[in-house]
Design a protein. Structure first.
Length: 277
């Protein structure tokens, strides 16, 4: 497992690679505030993918369609010839970048997908409270770049359970859940999105961690979505801006829970890797 920051992860068993989310190009806070259109930066994406040897990517799974999860999906799909798995909104982002229809696949929580030795199950979820554009807002036609980040509507949120022959990983990109959705789900590693958790009420945080760490019972938790995604991806990621979220408080909450449950916790900087057994 190799991190690109935010929630983007490369899963690699030595033969097959899959990507969870597709966001490398930075859109500045000023771009967001002024509604200025942004586009994928091919040089930045190529440099990042080359740095980690992402040359065997067969599938890209997008958890939801906000820019910090899906901005670069079309460019990466065309570069790698990978299949894009996403919501109708995600597929419209890919269509806007001319990804062929035969490499677009709609996520189906009722059906698992096999990619090499991996089996990927989609689990319906929810975005962290108060998402930009409103929960459930959709992208209803191909989204051409450049476009303001406000055009990247949520489009539905999903978790991904990735199973390999001897291990399993759950990717939860947003700090929210549908009650009961993770019942019966176990993963050896939980990649837990904590964006927004630092400003949530204590009762919400407790219920969220009960529904995730408490239910999935992983051996290790890897927090994600903690860095400032308005900054370029590089080693030594800055924390999310306090204006947007209180990331240290989110870390404290997760650390207290993992300690109480006797669960290991790890943190991945950009381009850092961890092996899940």
């Amino acid at each position: 497992m190799t991190s690109f920051g935010t929630t983007m992860m490369l899963v690699d068993d030595g033969t097959t690679q899959i990507l969870i989310d597709a966001f490398i190009t930075p859109a500045s806070l000023l771009d967001a505030a002024l509604g200025r259109p942004v586009s994928t930066d091919p040089d930045a994406v190529d440099t990042a993918l080359d740095k980690v040897g992402a040359d065997r990517v067969r599938a890209i799974f997008i958890s939801h369609s906000h820019h910090d999860h899906a901005l670069d999906v079309a460019y990466i799909a065309n570069r790698t010839e990978a299949t894009v798995y996403g919501s109708p909104s995600t597929l419209n982002i890919a269509r806007g970048g001319n990804v062929p229809e035969d490499r677009l696949a709609l996520l189906d929580p009722e059906k698992s997908v096999t990619v090499g030795s991996f089996t990927v199950r989609t689990i319906a979820s929810k975005h962290s409270p108060n998402p930009m554009g409103g929960e459930g807002a959709t992208i209803d036609k191909p989204l051409l770049q450049p476009a303001p980040i406000s055009a990247y509507k949520e489009g539905g949120t999903y978790d991904f359970l990735v199973a390999a022959p001897e291990t399993s990983m759950l990717f939860k990109g947003s700090a929210n859940w549908i009650p009961g959705a993770l019942a019966g789900v176990h993963a050896d590693a939980l990649f837990l999105g904590i964006g927004g958790l630092g400003r949530a009420a204590q009762s919400f945080s407790k219920d969220f961690l009960d529904a995730t760490i408490g239910t999935v019972q992983p051996a290790i938790v890897i927090p994600t979505h903690w860095n400032d995604f308005f900054c370029p991806v590089h080693e030594g990621l800055p924390l999310q801006r306090k204006l947007v979220d209180n990331t240290p408080a989110a870390f404290d909450t997760v650390l207290a829970r993992t300690k109480a449950d006797g669960v290991d916790i790890g943190l991945l900087e950009a381009f850092a890797s961890i092996t899940i057994h």
